[in-house]
Write a protein that binds this ligand. Structure first.
Ligand code: ATP
Ligand code: MG
Length: 411
C-alpha cells in the first residue's frame, strides 16, 4: 500500500497530555468544587444549536456573529452553529424547558466552544470555558454572588494575586441609549482619524470603539465621554449596590469606565478579570448582566447575569501542579500469580489507594521497573521455593503501613 501522510490537526485546536492536561483537569475540578460551595447547579446544553440562537441573542454586528461562527447547513437545510459561547444556549434551554418555574436559578457548566479566530498563544478555534449564570433575578446581590464565585475560584486556583477585577456599568437601557448617542456624536467628529474597523463599528456598534486595541483609536476612545453623566438614578443606585456588596464581601475591584462587553445585550454590570501575565490575551474571565437577552430570543423580559472564563488561559496561569503521587506499584515477578495480582489491585483500589502493576517485559526486570515508579509502597509478588510471597518495601510512614495492611488482608 502506498504510504500516506498522517492527518494533521485542524488549525487552532489542541491535543493535551501530561502537564498541560493535568493543569486543564485541575481547573475543571476546582471549578466543580467551588460551584457546589456556591450552590450553582450543573447544567448540560448541546454543542450545536440553531444558528438563530446566537444570531438573535448576540446581535448580528458582534465580532462573534459577523465573522467567528462555525455554521453549516444540516442535511435538511437548517442552519446549525457550533456554540461560540454558553450564555445564548443556556438562555434557549431556559425557555425551551420552562426553567422559569425555578427562577431565580443558579447554573454552571463547562465544555468546548468554537470560534473562527486567528490562532495564537491563548487563542484557539476550539477552546474551553467555565461558565456560571444566574437567571431570573434583578437584584444587585446576584451580581455580587457571581463575582464572589469568580473571585473565590481564582483564589482557590492560587492565581488571584496577578489578576485584577475591572468593573463598569453600562446602565439601564435609558442610560445606555443616551450614552450611545453621545459616543456616536464624539466618534463621528473624529471619523477620519479612526481605524477602518472602528469606522465600521461607528454605524453598527459604537460602544466597541471604546475598547479598541488599535493605536489610532486609543486617544479618541480615551477622550470619549464616560457613562457616568448619563446614568439614571436607578442605574446609579444599582451600581452603588454592587460595589458596596463587593466591598462588604472583601472582593477587590477597580473601576474601568472604558470596559464594554463585546455582546450587545449587556446592561448594568460589566466586568473582566484581567492579568498582564498573558500578553495580549489578558482577559481570563468576563461577564456581566444581560437583562435584554432572553427577550431578544423571544422570551419574556428576564433579568440575568453571568460570566465565562477560558480554561486554557486559567491553566496557563497556574503554578506547575505537583506531580501526582502514586501509592502502590506491584512488581509481578511470576506470571503464574497474575490472578493474585489482579485481586490485590482491586483490594487496594477499593480501599482508595491508586495502584499500578508492572506485568510486562522480562519478569526479572519488573522489580527494578516498579522501584523507579516512585510509589510510596513497592510490592512484589513472586514464588520462592515453591511458595507464594508478597513482599513490601516502604519508608514505614503511617500511610505506607496502612497500605501494606490492606495488601496483606486475607488473600
Ligand atoms: P477576547 O477579547 O480575548 O477575544 P472575548 O471578549 O471574545 O475575549 P468572551 O466571549 O467574553 O471573550 O469569552 C470569555 C473568556 O473566554 C475570555 O475571557 C477568554 O478567557 C476565553 N476565550 C475567548 N475566546 C477564546 C479563544 N479563542 N481561545 C481561548 N480562550 C478564549
Ligand atoms: Mg474574542
Amino acid at each position: 500500500m502506498a504510504k500516506i501522510a498522517p492527518p494533521q490537526p485542524v488549525r487552532g485546536t489542541q491535543d493535551m497530555l501530561g502537564e498541560t492536561a493535568d493543569r486543564f483537569a485541575h481547573v475543571v475540578d476546582r471549578f466543580d468544587a467551588v460551584r457546589r460551595l456556591f450552590g450553582f447547579q450543573r447544567v448540560e446544553v448541546p454543542v450545536i444549536e440553531p444558528t438563530a440562537v446566537f444570531a438573535r441573542s448576540l446581535g448580528e454586528t458582534t465580532d462573534v456573529v459577523s465573522k467567528e461562527m462555525y455554521s453549516f447547513d444540516d442535511r435538511n437545510g437548517d442552519s446549525i452553529t457550533l456554540r461560540p459561547e454558553f450564555t445564548a444556549g443556556i438562555a434557549r434551554a431556559y425557555l425551551s424547558n420552562g426553567w422559569q418555574q425555578f427562577a431565580p436559578i443558579k447554573l454552571a457548566t463547562h465544555g468546548p466552544l468554537f470560534r473562527y479566530e486567528r490562532p495564537q498563544k491563548g487563542r484557539y478555534r476550539q477552546f474551553h470555558q467555565l461558565d456560571a449564570e444566574l437567571l431570573g433575578s434583578d437584584s444587585p446581590l446576584s451580581d455580587v454572588e457571581l463575582l464572589c464565585f469568580a473571585d473565590h475560584l481564582l483564589r482557590d486556583l492560587g492565581i488571584a494575586d496577578g489578576v485584577t477585577l475591572q468593573l463598569n456599568t453600562l446602565g439601564d437601557s435609558a442610560s445606555r441609549d443616551a450614552w450611545r448617542a453621545a459616543l456616536v456624536e464624539h466618534f463621528a467628529s473624529h471619523r477620519a482619524a479612526l481605524s477602518e474597523d472602528s469606522r465600521a463599528r461607528l454605524d453598527k456598534n459604537p460602544l466597541r470603539i471604546l475598547d479598541s486595541k488599535e493605536a489610532a483609536d486609543r486617544p479618541i476612545a480615551d477622550a470619549a465621554p464616560d457613562i457616568d453623566q448619563f446614568l439614571t438614578t436607578e442605574a446609579q443606585d444599582f451600581f452603588a449596590a454592587v460595589t458596596a456588596g463587593l466591598d462588604a464581601a472583601g472582593v477587590r475591584w477597580q473601576r474601568n469606565s472604558r470596559l464594554v462587553r463585546g455582546l450587545d445585550y449587556y446592561r448594568h454590570t460589566a466586568f473582566e478579570f484581567v492579568t498582564d501575565r498573558l500578553g495580549a490575551q489578558g482577559t481570563v474571565l468576563g461577564g456581566g448582566r444581560y437583562d435584554g437577552l432572553i427577550e431578544n430570543l423571544g422570551g419574556p423580559p428576564t433579568p440575568a447575569v453571568g460570566w465565562a472564563a477560558g480554561i486554557e488561559r486559567l491553566a496557563m496561569l497556574l503554578d506547575a501542579p505537583p506531580p501526582s503521587q502514586l501509592d502502590v506499584t506491584i512488581a509481578l515477578e511470576d506470571d503464574a500469580l497474575r490472578t493474585d495480582a489482579l485481586a490485590l489491585l482491586r483490594r487496594l483500589r477499593d480501599a482508595g489507594y491508586n495502584a499500578e502493576c508492572i506485568a510486562s517485559g522480562s519478569p526479572r526486570k519488573r522489580f527494578d521497573k516498579a522501584a523507579k515508579s516512585g510509589a510510596l509502597v513497592l510490592l512484589s509478588l513472586a514464588t520462592r521455593d515453591g511458595t507464594k510471597q508478597l513482599n513490601a518495601r516502604h519508608d514505614g510512614g503511617e500511610r505506607a503501613v496502612a497500605i501494606e495492611a490492606v495488601a496483606r488482608t486475607a488473600q
